[in-house]
Design a protein around this ligand. Sequence first.
Ligand code: AG3
Length: 279
Amino acid sequence: MELFDEGLHSGVNLALNVEKVIYREKTDLQDLMIFENSQFGRVMSLDGAVQTTEKDEFIYHEMFVHVPVLAHGKVSRALIIGGGDGGAARQLMKHSNIAVTMVDIDRTVVELSKKFMPSVSGGAFDDPRLELIIADGCKFVRETSDRWDVIIIDSTDPHGPGEVLYTKEFYADCKACLSPGGIIITQNGVPFVQEGELRTSYDRLGSQFKDVSFYLAAIPSYVGGVMAYGWATDDADHRKVSLSRLAERYVEAGIATDYYTPEVHLAAFALPLHIQKIL
Ligand code: AG3
């Protein structure tokens, strides 16, 4: 049987059985593959790195979305940079009063996700509250004069095309697109194998925002242990939100989740010492 062999981190490879190739294409922008695996269901990879799997995407996307939205408490507009599979958009759509702008560079990812992994976006692309813009996210935030309460940077890792989405300049442009008290969340890799990336993001986000931190979740298809989400805002109160306040907001939002709970939300910000020492 063919093996998908991810060599994203030096010295470690993630091998997944390719039960069946569903789609494979090298676009102008990236090398894309969708295949079937008995543990993870359908798996989408870009440039040889797992991006999304049907079975564990709920963990990644619930924590990406509900943590900032419920910590903030008054989100009416959210911006997703990347996230072409529609997973983050689906989670945002669970909140009835949120309008979403999504900017992804590659229409192919959107179309293939809709076609071959429909549960990931779950109809989000057909929801009138979602505006999809196919463009370079970096250029978009530089040029827009719009404002959002939450910006979710759902990018690939900082190698190749995704690299610009980890620069100080990009974070500064994002900051200019935030409404007062807004929050930015980033995909910051797996600290155990991407220590340098955590440190760099901490410095770069820290140069722009008053309150910068990380929170953690284990995504089974991302090798190396827990993954870190970057958290950046000028309103330090969001991170200190109480459990009772979060629980109230969670019930009021009426969202169905399979990973997120208010308790998990607060616990995710507790950083093990070896991670604190990187910062
Ligand atoms: N965004 C995160 C990709 C991380 C890849 N890293 C890895 N395989 N360890 C993917 C987009 C999901 N919406």
